[in-house]
Structures are given as structure tokens and as C-alpha cells.
Design a protein around this ligand. Structure first.
Ligand SMILES: NC(=O)C1=CN([C@@H]2O[C@H](COP(=O)(O)OP(=O)(O)OC[C@H]3O[C@@H](n4cnc5c(N)ncnc54)[C@H](O)[C@@H]3O)[C@@H](O)[C@H]2O)C=CC1
Ligand SMILES: O=C(O)C(=O)COP(=O)(O)O
Length: 367
């Protein structure tokens, strides 16, 4: 796991996020011999990188979103992709709440104005959060934490999630409903889903049109869940009254139209950038990897349960058995008497089903 150390060095010297060429070249030349790789969100672990490795067994994401990792390519190569699902939940939830508060009271804009020597009280008239409706799209770990914090400000929290059962979210004060019902009710909307095909453009021209005029939106999840071009159009028409953005489709964004819009407040993907979250995620990923290597727990694996079971102690024995049978069959098939007409294997013991599975593959391969 030397790479973890090297990687840390490169991350912290500030070179990686700003120099994609160096980042990719570095990967291609140095990956071959490593067993594990640990990344944050800025590093794209592409199929090319994964396929250029010889020994890679695990890609650890010290954080939540794994959209920067080609999980399918990893699965095909038998590489486990693992995240630290809860290490930065509180930090991301807190930043979301800070965005909501700042959208309601224009603190960043007022601060800029003060620094320019102004004293403009009229321009920055705000509105209370108390009594307003907050729509939370994605009621997982972060969505839940955002809900409880904003309830303490007196907001009514409604939401939508295709997996979290309505009775579960109701137990933490979030009434679930379809998105069609949700959009027109919200004064504020915040998204907390992973980035995947079904969540790209959840807020689009069509859905902004269904919202209350002046709705304010927050995206501390992933760039693209709120369609950026549609958001700009909605801000310009007044359909959207303000946006708090921590994430962008392209990071850093080359097109600054959204960032420069007067009703947009933004951060350079700071949701997980707290001392506490970084310590937790760093520690979590290290412990999770050590546990996996020792054949103990497998926590945070996001790809194929099948892959996960490959690393259990029980599977190790069966894989060894499969290899041994394969070796015997290979030597038989190399003998002058081959090909043989049939093979009879006798097994004994309680785990016949598993053993049969371990024997099946070498038989298919060698017969
Ligand atoms: N800005 C930042 O630094 C950070 C951003 N994130 C982002 O936040 C996302 C959410 O994180 P967690 O809450 O920890 O994940 P989670 O997995 O606990 O929750 C995600 C929820 O989204 C729901 N979901 C999936 N598809 C949906 C859809 N079409 N509509 C509505 N809900 C849908 C899932 O059912 C799940 O309940 C991460 O995937 C990551 O991209 C996470 C941490 C820090
Ligand atoms: O955990 C996540 O999903 C994040 O977006 C945080 O990303 P980071 O680790 O700060 O690059």
C-alpha cells in the first residue's frame, strides 16, 4: 500500500487536482505493481487505468460517491470497489444547511459588498426559513441529517426516494410523495442522490417549470443532478430565486456563468472538506482495507456481492480446491491418453454444494 503514501503526497501538494495530464501519466506508469489504490473524488479511475494494472485488488474511495470510478470495469477485472459510506455524512449535511441559510439571508453577497466598502441594508433583504417547505430528493444518510437540522429551524420537510420506505422517512419527519407532487410545494429543494443515469437532470427545464416561482435550490451531491444549463435559464428568468452549488459537472468549471450569477453562492466541492470528515474517511478506508486483506469484515464494497464473497475465508479454501482440481485436469489432458470420455469426482462432507461449485469451473475450462 505504498501507493496510499505516494498518493497522499501528490494530493496534498496540490498538483493532482490541477494537472490531469500528470495525474493520468502518473497512474499509467506506476500502477502495475500495486495491490490497492485509494482516491478522493478528483481522481478519475478509468477502465484504461484499471486494465493497466496487474495486481490491483481494491480501489478504496475515501468518501461516498464512486461515480469517479469505472465500477463496471473494476468488477470485470475482479477488483473490489469500496467507499466509506458514513465518514463525511455530517460534513456534507452541514454544508447543505449552511447553503440553505445563506440562500435565505444573502450572507456571502452581503460580505462581498461590505468588503467593497458598502453598507447596503435594502439590497440584502432576506426571508425566514421558519415555516418554509424544504424538498429533499434522496433520503439516504445525508438527506436524513439535512432534514433533522432544518426541522430545528421550523422548516416543513417533504421528500422523495425510490428505496427508503415512506414509513421510515416519516419516523424522522419527512413526508414522502411523488416528484410531481413535490416540486410545486417547495420553497427550497436540495438533492442528495448519487450521480447515475436516473438522477442526471432531476431538475431540468421541465421540472423547474413545475416548481414555485422563485424556488431556491441546493446541490451538494453531484454536478449534473441539477441540469446546469436549465438552472442558468431558470435563474435568468426568475423561476429559480437562488442556488447553492458545491459541485459541478466539470470541476473546476471552465464555464463560469453559474458561479458568476449574482443569485448563486458556490464552493469548490467542499462538502467533505472538514478535518473531522477527512480523518474519519482516511481511517475508515484504511481499516476497511486491512479487514478485507485479513479476511475479516467486508464493509463498504459497492460492487458485486459475488466479488465480495470471493474474499471470504471459506471461498479461499474453495478457490484453492478449484485451482488444485484444475491443475490435475490440466496434467491429465496433457497426457497422451487424452481426450478422456468422462470424469468422475467424489466429494464428501457438509458443504457439497460449495465444493461442487468450486469444481465446476475447472471442469468447464479443461474439458
Ligand atoms: N459535496 C460533497 O463533498 C459530498 C457529496 N456527496 C454526494 O452525496 C450523495 C449522497 O450521499 P449519501 O446520502 O451518503 O448516500 P446514500 O446512499 O446514503 O443516499 C442516497 C439516496 O439516494 C436515493 N436515490 C437513488 N436514486 C434516486 C432518485 N432517482 N431519486 C431520489 N432518490 C434517489 C437512494 O435510494 C438513497 O437513499 C453521494 O452519492 C455523493 O455523490 C457525498 C458526500 C460529500
Ligand atoms: O464523498 C463524496 O462523495 C464527495 O463528494 C467528497 O469528495 P472528496 O473526497 O472531498 O473529493
Amino acid at each position: 500500500f505504498l501507493l496510499i503514501q505516494k498518493y497522499k503526497y501528490l494530493l496534498y501538494d496540490g498538483l493532482l487536482p490541477t494537472c490531469p495530464w500528470l495525474r493520468n501519466t502518473y497512474h499509467m506508469f506506476s500502477f502495475k505493481n500495486y495491490d490497492g489504490l485509494v482516491v478522493r473524488s478528483a481522481t478519475k479511475v478509468t477502465a484504461d487505468i484499471i486494465n493497466a494494472t496487474d495486481n490491483l485488488k481494491i480501489i478504496g474511495r475515501a468518501g461516498t460517491g464512486v461515480d469517479n470510478v469505472d465500477v463496471d470495469a473494476a468488477t470485470k477485472k475482479g477488483v473490489i470497489v469500496m467507499n466509506t459510506p458514513s465518514g463525511n455524512t455530517i460534513s456534507a449535511a452541514e454544508l447543505t444547511c449552511i447553503m440553505l441559510m445563506n440562500l435565505s439571508r444573502n450572507v456571502p453577497q452581503a460580505t462581498m459588498s461590505m468588503k467593497q466598502g458598502n453598507w447596503d441594508r435594502k439590497k440584502f433583504m432576506g426571508s425566514e426559513l421558519f415555516g418554509k417547505v424544504l424538498g429533499i430528493v434522496g433520503l439516504g444518510r445525508i438527506g436524513k441529517e439535512v432534514a433533522s437540522r432544518m426541522q430545528s429551524f421550523g422548516m416543513k420537510t417533504i421528500g422523495y426516494d425510490p428505496i427508503t420506505p415512506p414509513e421510515v422517512s416519516a419516523s424522522w419527519g419527512v413526508e414522502q410523495m411523488s416528484l410531481e407532487k413535490l416540486w410545486p410545494q417547495c420553497d427550497y429543494i436540495t438533492v442528495h442522490t448519487p450521480l447515475m443515469p436516473s438522477t442526471v437532470g432531476l431538475l431540468s427545464d421541465e421540472t423547474f417549470a413545475l416548481c414555485k416561482r422563485g424556488v431556491k435550490v441546493v446541490n451538494c451531491a453531484r454536478g449534473g443532478i441539477i441540469d446546469e444549463a436549465a438552472l442558468l435559464r431558470a435563474l435568468e428568468s426568475g423561476q429559480c430565486g437562488g442556488a447553492g452549488l458545491d459541485v459541478f459537472v466539470e470541476e473546476p468549471p471552465k464555464d463560469r456563468s453559474l458561479v458568476n450569477h449574482p443569485n448563486v453562492i458556490s464552493c469548490p466541492h467542499l462538502g467533505a472538506s472538514t478535518k473531522e470528515a477527512q480523518a474519519r474517511c482516511g481511517e475508515d478506508i484504511a481499516l476497511q482495507i486491512v479487514d478485507m486483506v485479513k479476511g475479516k469484515n467486508l464493509i463498504g464494497a459497492v460492487n458485486a456481492q459475488v466479488l465480495a464473497s470471493t474474499f471470504s475465508q471459506e471461498s479461499h479454501q474453495l478457490i484453492k480446491l478449484g485451482e488444485a482440481v484444475g491443475a490435475v485436469l490440466q496434467s491429465c489432458s496433457a497426457s497422451p491418453k487424452a481426450p478422456w470420455s468422462h470424469v468422475q469426482i467424489t466429494t464428501q462432507g457438509e458443504v457439497i454444494g460449495y465444493v461442487a461449485k468450486a469444481l465446476w469451473l475447472p471442469l468447464v475450462v479443461y474439458m
